[in-house]
Design a protein around this ligand. Structure first.
Ligand code: FEO
Length: 169
């Protein structure tokens, strides 16, 4: 059975993943208003991934005989006013999530929960991919600068992103 400390740490992370879903929903609305449908699609996939991340932990806490407690989700603030600024915020946010997964692994270490450590390994690898994917879009956006045609080409490219339900753990 999962320890109370580990369970509480998972419950906090479920909240962070659901907040991520909420933040990306807000960003999706920003790009909808600009009618950049490829970016809308990219954020839609991101929203579904964050939901899957939260549910992976939700199911895991239950599987380990723990208690899921859903915490209040903060209001998301989209800080940027341009696509570059928005993706800078996404990258900062993903780096924050990575730091939280590391902190969760520290708790697993502390309470000697090797099963949780092994489970969290998937999330750590996922964070490496998330940061790389976001960093890639950000680098392209910086190259594009004020070139509207290039922005539309990137938008077309982002339209091809497809959500695949992850097999977590
Ligand atoms: Fe669930 Fe994007 O971290």
């Amino acid at each position: 059975m999962i320890s109370e400390k580990m369970q509480n740490a998972f419950n906090e992370q479920i909240n962070k993943e659901l907040y991520s879903e909420y933040l990306y929903l807000a960003m999706k609305a920003y790009f909808s208003e600009l009618n950049l449908q490829g970016f809308v699609n990219w954020f839609d996939v991101q929203v579904q991934e964050e939901h899957a991340h939260a549910m992976g932990m939700y199911d895991y806490v239950i599987e380990r005989g723990g208690h899921v407690e859903l915490l209040a989700i903060d209001k998301p603030e989209v800080e940027g006013k341009t696509p570059v600024e928005i993706f800078e915020q996404v990258l900062r946010h993903e780096e924050f999530v990575t730091s939280r997964i590391n902190a969760l692994m520290d708790v697993a270490d502390e309470v000697k929960d090797r099963a949780a450590l092994s489970f969290l390994d998937w999330y750590l690898k996922e964070q490496v991919e998330e940061e790389a994917s976001v960093g890639g879009v950000l680098a392209t956006l910086k190259l594009i600068g004020d070139d509207k045609n290039a922005l539309l080409l990137l938008d077309k490219d982002l339209q091809t992103r497809v959500f695949t339900a992850p097999v977590i753990g």
